[in-house]
Ligand binder design. Structure first.
Ligand SMILES: [Fe+2]
Length: 155
């Protein structure tokens, strides 16, 4: 662990913790605002996302204290756009997930080849967040529409 830049790693981990905690709040908030025929499956999907964000936040927080640092108590940026349609909620969450994904990639770049366990964690999270973004992208497409909703290119 001698060659790692601990301060930068902790900095990225703390921004990830804040982003994942914001996810918990955001998905929970959205889940209150779904009305209409599709409510039941959509609410349970949103609550699952909130739970997954909480799990990610807990894993990231454990890494911060494993490294001997202090976990942030800040919650990442939240927009309250007062949108009630599911497409707008998904679009907002896709944007937030994309910035978390970028942070996990940054974490991976900092530890790659230098800290196997944290590298493994970063890769798992990039995998999980990519799958999640792909799922949301498909939810945003119209039936029969094969073209990805977002122009974001997977790296
Ligand atoms: Fe996450």
């Amino acid at each position: 662990m001698s060659k790692i830049d601990k301060n930068r790693i902790v900095g990225v981990l703390n921004r990830l913790l804040e982003a994942e905690l914001a996810g918990v709040v955001r998905y929970t908030h959205y889940s209150f605002l779904v009305f209409g025929f599709g409510r039941i499956p959509i609410v349970s999907w949103l609550r699952e996302q909130a739970n997954e964000s909480l799990l990610h936040a807990q894993q990231v927080g454990e890494w911060i204290t494993t490294l001997g640092a202090y976990p942030s108590l800040v919650i990442g940026p939240l927009l309250d756009s007062h949108k009630y349609d599911v497409a707008a909620m998904l679009q907002e969450s896709l944007e937030a997930e994309a910035s978390a994904l970028e942070l996990y990639r940054k974490l991976l770049a900092l530890v790659e080849g230098r800290f196997i366990a944290l590298e493994e964690f970063a890769r798992q999270m990039v995998h999980a967040e990519e799958l999640h973004a792909a799922e949301v992208d498909k939810m945003l497409r119209k039936p029969g529409d094969l073209a990805p909703f977002s122009r974001r290119k997977p790296a």
